[in-house]
Design a binder for this molecule. Structure first.
Ligand code: FMN
Length: 192
């Protein structure tokens, strides 16, 4: 066994997201965000394919995407509440990182493993931000997978989608604890 890191373990045992709409200024500056992205890029990646990448969305981009979510949602005939929820996700954010699932052609690594790695990169970025003292939240919604929105708004290729928008900012209120799974109910021990 190597030296334990009780602070890291304590963080993992107590970590929790901060709702996106409660996040305020200031946001991480470029150098600080680079550190968080470096941590996220240390995500397990079978075959070193780098099946994910990051798009940093600053305020003007978020405003543009809020507008696009509304026009695109109307064009798709979505329910007004659904359109508004997506619009507000961008309106309320001060800084967001879109983690792009970008699977690579591979005979050895199935696409599902590459998608799992993209999800893991989202959690790694979320945890890095929380560990550094920022508020952060992993969000998606219909714009994360809508082809029209993704190509026009984020310039994604046809095989790419957003695994998560990681909203970043300063915490304004501590959220109530979220009920966590009953470990016994989700864990099976095979002793033989
Ligand atoms: C893939 C994914 C997408 C999510 N999208 C949303 C979302 O669009 N809106 C939302 O309120 N929560 C969403 N959540 C839930 C929150 O990010 C988060 O799980 C919840 O706030 C509790 O987080 P915690 O366990 O870090 O405290 C999503 C979670 C995942 C894993």
């Amino acid at each position: 066994m190597t030296d334990p890191n009780p602070a890291a373990l304590d963080f993992l045992l107590t970590r929790r997201s901060r709702p996106g709409k409660t996040l305020a200024l200031p946001v991480p500056d470029d150098a600080t965000l680079d550190t968080l992205l470096t941590a996220a890029a240390r995500t397990p990646d079978h075959g070193k394919l780098e099946p994910w990448r990051f798009v940093v969305l600053e305020r003007a981009a978020l405003e543009r995407l809020a507008g696009l979510a509304r026009t695109r949602g109307e064009a798709l005939g979505l329910a007004p509440e659904k359109i508004e929820k997506a619009g507000q996700m961008y309106d309320q954010a001060h800084l967001s990182v879109a983690v792009i699932a970008s699977p690579k052609p591979s005979e050895k690594i199935p696409e599902i493993e590459q998608t799992l790695s993209a999800g893991a990169a989202c959690l790694a970025l979320l945890n890095a931000a929380l560990a550094a003292g920022w508020g952060a939240n992993w969000l998606t919604g219909w714009t994360a997978t809508d082809r029209g929105f993704l190509s026009e708004g984020l310039d994604l290729k046809d095989h790419e989608f957003v695994a998560g928008f990681i909203q970043l900012g300063s915490e304004t209120s501590v959220p109530p604890e979220r009920p966590r799974p009953d470990l016994a109910a989700i864990t099976t021990r095979m002793r033989a």
